[in-house]
Design a protein around this ligand. Structure first.
Ligand code: MIC
Ligand code: SF4
Length: 645
């Protein structure tokens, strides 16, 4: 029986376990990446392990999220990250060099390799035929220390693409179509593998848009074959020596099949406030927009911006719209400047931002109150833009550029002022500007490096041993699809506190219940009750770390998102699941819950939870591997590893 690409790469990296879907395996990690918002904690964890140098083939620390520098905090973090990278043999991509996923796909991604990144959109690089997975900073620290990465052997879904996108339709619409079909809830424990004749019609940046936003499906990663298109891209990046061909065997088996005929896809848009609320652009074409943003790690490639510029050429942004554009990397920025694309964008009235995450994570350009912002990002969670009552729609750069002119959400096919045929033929340039001087390479000798720790760098808080009994109140009861943005908001005000857990913990659940942190402290911790898909979205371990700091002992939910589930265990918070989901309705916020003999129940993975207030019992369970049970009993990953060492 033939093998698919996912199994081939996992097999060649398998350290432990059987490759049977649902079983825990562990794999060797070749490359790691971090970004500044998660990196500080990842490196503090790595440092605590006491290992002199990373044990990966390549580890890169990107500085791309917190680049606003409204106070000393961001700059402190940057100095810490650059010096700690130098100390431990890690590349450092400086602020201004671009968004981690864009730069990694350009300069480091390699077919056949594995990559673990402390950012949920790390799977972007799987567009080049690698297995790239997002994880919490602690997991990435372990991988840098040479530890195999544990994961559940995924089910592999074959998404077979046939046909060719029609004019006015973009790669973004393929992933939006998949989100429409699969929703944000159904990807846990799965990998998507693309195949079919439609694959060769897509460039590497287009594939990156698809693998990037695969994160919103909740899948572990999304993989494309490494083919001639990949080779050409890597050749243009002067990296053809790193290319290998990688494709599924002709008789490869998959666990599921989804077919998408590219000819049938239409321009799509995700409505507020979830990436799976997908409708046709024509269905919302009366919606007025006040802001348009073209950028983020999803859609900020050369061809994305070249298409937008051709649409905007000679025109002016609608008087009621603010258009912002952030090129994905310095390479893209330089090339659009060289080729006159930048000039067209500026001339049309676009506000050009630096190559960074920026508005995508609420760092600047918050929309006006009640405003409608049309963005090329991957996420439109409530409040993420920095304006709580803003309505964020997600669409392709083509839809975004046309809508910036018309002032209403517009299907490019319904706008007469452009030659769509020409626009759809715009390709990525082959004349790439290759200049890695903003990526500081590690040196062999590092003993003289002094790590700079400004006042914003606070030590990593540790949890004590696991308690024998949990006896505490339900601090908050929430519903389905609670995102890590809900749990630990980002944005220009809160992100600078990522390396200062005592300070950032004041904002836990700030958007849902601003009294949460105060109540947690007064109560000396507590429990959170939630419904399906708790912790979806980002990899930020602060969504576990800060609640841990506040004394939160357990989350009792119907189901969890993959990365957050692992982060909770890493920080010693029990991710309990209802055995009978109907019990969710019985518990009230404020009820006192008791779990006795916690350690014994952890070793069984089964729990009795007593609702002391209402006087009933319910059953719960945790999906633990044997290793995770030990981590939990130790009170978290760092305690566990320290004991092992
Ligand atoms: C995001 O897009 O939400 C982020 C900001 O990149 C996060 C990481 C973080 O919170 O630092 C992610 O996707 O993992
Ligand atoms: Fe940055 Fe946004 Fe991409 Fe996250 S999704 S890495 S914040 S650009």
């Amino acid at each position: 029986m033939g093998e698919n690409i996912t199994r081939k790469i996992l097999k060649s990296h398998l350290v432990e376990g059987k490759m049977i879907a649902g079983e825990e395996i562990s794999i060797k990690i070749d490359q790691t990446l971090t970004q500044d918002a998660t990196g500080t904690m990842a490196y503090l964890s790595f440092e605590a392990l006491g290992i002199p140098r990373v044990r990966t083939e390549v580890s890169v620390s990107y500085i791309d999220h917190n680049t606003l520098q409204a106070g000393f905090e961001n700059a402190d973090d940057h100095a810490f990250l650059q010096t700690i990278a130098a100390k431990y043999g890690i590349y450092c991509s400086k602020p201004g060099n671009g968004i981690c996923h864009q730069v990694h796909s350009e300069r480091f991604a390699r077919p056949g390799k594995t990559l673990l990144g402390s950012d949920s959109h790390t799977p972007t690089s799987s567009a080049l035929g690698m297995i790239a997975i997002g994880a919490g900073g602690m997991s990435v620290a372990m991988a840098m220390a040479g530890q195999p990465f544990p994961l559940v052997m995924p089910r592999v879904i074959n998404v077979k693409l046939t046909g060719k996108l029609r004019t006015g339709v973009a790669a973004k619409d393929i992933i939006l179509e998949l989100l429409r079909r699969m929703t944000v809830k159904n990807g846990v424990g799965k990998v998507i593998e693309y195949s079919g004749s439609g694959v060769e019609t897509l460039s590497v940046p287009e594939r990156c848009t698809i693998t990037n936003m695969g994160a919103e499906l909740g899948v572990t990663t999304s993989v494309f074959p490494s083919d001639r298109v990949t080779y050409e891209f890597m050749k243009d990046q002067k990296r053809e020596a790193d290319w290998i061909e990688l494709k599924a065997d002709s008789d490869a088996e998959y666990d599921e099949l989804i077919e998408i005929n590219l000819d049938e896809i239409e321009p799509l848009v995700a409505k507020p406030h979830m990436p799976d609320k997908v409708v046709k652009v024509r269905d919302v074409s009366d919606v007025k927009v006040s802001q348009v943003f073209i950028g983020s790690c999803t859609n900020s490639s050369y061809s994305d911006l070249a298409k937008a510029a051709t649409i905007l050429d000679g025109k002016c942004v609608n008087p009621n719209v603010s258009l912002c554009i952030a090129p994905g990397s310095k390479q893209v920025f330089e090339m659009i400047a060289r080729d006159g694309i930048l000039q067209k964008l500026i001339s049309a009235g676009a506000r050009i931002l630096e190559s960074a995450c920026g508005p995508c994570v609420g760092v600047g350009q918050a929309p006006q109150s009640g405003g409608v912002s049309l963005r090329t990002n991957n996420r439109n969670f409530i409040g993420r833009s920095g304006t709580k009552d803003a309505k964020v729609y997600l669409a392709s750069p083509e839809v975004a550029a046309v809508s910036a002119i018309t002032g209403v959400i517009t299907d490019p096919r319904d706008y007469d002022g452009i030659d769509l045929e020409t626009i759809s033929k715009i390709k990525d340039t082959k004349e790439r500007i290759i200049d890695d001087r903003m990526i500081i390479a590690p040196k062999d000798k590092t003993d003289d490096v002094v790590v700079r720790r400004g006042p914003n760098i606070k030590p990593l808080p540790l949890r004590g041993d696991l308690e024998e009994e949990i006896n505490t109140a339900v601090l908050l009861k929430v519903g389905d699809d609670i995102t890590t943005d809900d749990i630990m908001p980002a944005g220009a005000k809160i992100l600078p506190l990522r390396s200062n857990v005592p300070a950032i913990s004041q904002y836990v659940f700030n958007g849902i219940d601003p009294t949460f942190s105060k109540r947690a402290k007064e109560n000396n911790g507590g429990i959170i009750v939630a419904a399906e898909n708790y912790g979806q979205g980002s990899s930020r371990e602060h969504a576990a770390l800060a609640p841990m700091y506040l004394g939160v002992k357990a989350i009792l939910a119907k189901s969890f998102a993959r990365i957050h589930h692992d982060n909770l265990i890493n920080y010693g918070i029990l991710p309990l699941r209802f055995k009978d989901k109907a019990d969710y309705d019985k518990i009230n916020q404020g009820d006192v819950l008791v779990v006795k003999n916690v350690r014994e129940q952890v070793s069984k993975g089964e729990f009795i939870v007593i609702d002391k207030t209402q006087g009933f019992e319910l059953k719960a369970f945790v999906i633990f591997s044997d290793r995770q049970k030990e981590v939990m009993i130790s009170g978290g990953q760092l305690n566990y590893v320290k004991k092992m060492i």
